[in-house]
Design a protein around this ligand. Structure first.
Ligand code: ZN
Length: 380
């Protein structure tokens, strides 16, 4: 099945590029369709649209996926994250936090791909250098409750590709594919108990070529009916769900109403999979802002079919680049323009080195009730 993927990978990778000029023909085709259907209020663009999801048959005979994390439970963001203190590192809770941006976890490194062995190595590197993953919700709620000397890192996975979270059907029992990003993540946890289920997945539910709640129609070996169980499993196990629009539309190219439809329809799709789930963040496809920037985080759309209005109001808009973000305790912190570090080459190591050298890395003091400030900052 992976033989089918290169075209989709290329299409999505191109679609993820910041330049609007990098449109693939596939994207252009979809965009044209979308404009037409969007204007006349017809049904959404692809088969993955919420209207069809609502009538989807439940999973039959698959059983619950088995994962070590589901048995052990997961951090919900409220509890103190366990960890081994490192008194050698000086706490600084005004320092910067890396928000790492991943796309495909697969066979090779590319601008929008991380070879799976290198992804595993990223986890090892982060762990060894004192980082533990937190969700964006924990950052927003100022619940970065790490042991003294540890640093938070926000791991974000864009585009909902099958390579990020795949299942294998073993005689009717679904297992997480160990070669996908989630498989590697869960395996890493077996030997690194402090590594929680704390990552952010910025989802598409209606994009082509399998970028549709982690694969559909057999793409990447993934069955369409596995889509909702995967989303629910993520939410049930502590992972954070984020809006990346319905089908990765370049929001800068569309009218206000269409921008809101793209965002609202993804939210509806997530609500179908996990009723009542509160999304608090969105990631701009290709980093492109809508003409009316405010609509990226706040808006509403009324479905012409049933007259129902869906509203959204997010606290975080992820950019595609920009370096490490500010601490939520920094007065200049602005969730509505959250920069990220796209994982290419050895950028993680370079960024850590730079922040450590400058004394500008967020390092926890292990005390949730106080904010550790280095002398230079505290004196201001
Ligand atoms: Zn994307």
């Amino acid at each position: 099945m992976y033989r089918l993927l290169p075209l989709s990978v290329i299409a999505l990778a191109l679609a993820c590029a910041k330049s609007p000029d990098s449109d693939s023909t596939m994207d252009t085709g979809r965009a044209a369709t979308a404009v037409a259907t969007g204007r006349d209020g017809a049904a959404p663009i692809t088969s993955g649209a919420p209207t069809t999801e609502g009538t989807m048959a439940p999973v039959s005979g698959g059983g619950a996926p088995t994962n070590p994390a589901s048995a052990t439970g997961a951090s919900t963001g409220a509890a103190v994250i366990p960890g081994t203190a490192n008194p050698a590192r000086v706490p600084n809770e005004m320092g910067r936090i890396m928000v790492l941006e991943y796309h495909i976890i697969g066979d090779k490194d590319s601008q929008y791909g991380r070879e799976r062995g290198h992804f595993r190595r990223d986890l090892e590197l982060l762990y060894a250098r004192g980082f533990r993953p937190v969700t964006m919700n924990q950052v927003l709620d100022r619940k970065i409750n790490l042991a003294r000397g540890l640093s938070p890192v926000v791991m974000v996975f864009d585009d909902a590709s099958p390579e990020q979270f795949g299942y294998i059907d073993r005689n009717g029992k679904l297992e997480t594919d160990p070669r996908t990003g989630m498989g590697i993540w869960l395996d890493f946890q077996k030997t690194h108990k402090e590594w929680g289920n704390t990552a952010v997945f910025c989802l598409l539910s209606g994009a082509s070529a399998g970028h549709n709640f982690f694969g559909d129609k057999g793409i990447g070996g993934q069955k369409t009916e596995w889509r909702f169980p995967k989303i629910k499993w993520l939410a049930d196990n502590g992972f954070e769900l984020c809006n990346h629009t319905l089908w990765h539309a370049q929001l800068s190219k569309f009218p206000d109403a269409f921008v809101q439809q793209q965002i609202a329809q993804l939210q509806l799709a997530v609500d179908s999979a996990v009723p009542g789930y509160r999304i608090r963040s969105m990631a701009l496809p290709q980093g492109l802002w809508p003409k009316n920037r405010a609509l990226a985080s706040r808006g509403s759309w009324t479905n012409p079919k049933d007259g129902k209005t869906t509203s959204y109001n997010y606290e975080v808009v992820f950019e595609v680049a920009g370096g490490p973000m500010r601490s939520p305790y920094d007065p200049a912190f602005n969730g509505l323009s959250t920069p990220r570090v796209q994982v290419i080459g050895n950028v993680i190591e370079q960024t850590i080195d730079k922040l450590e050298k400058a004394g500008n890395l967020y390092i926890s003091d292990g005390n949730p009730s106080s904010v550790a400030k280095p002398a230079a900052v505290a004196a201001r």
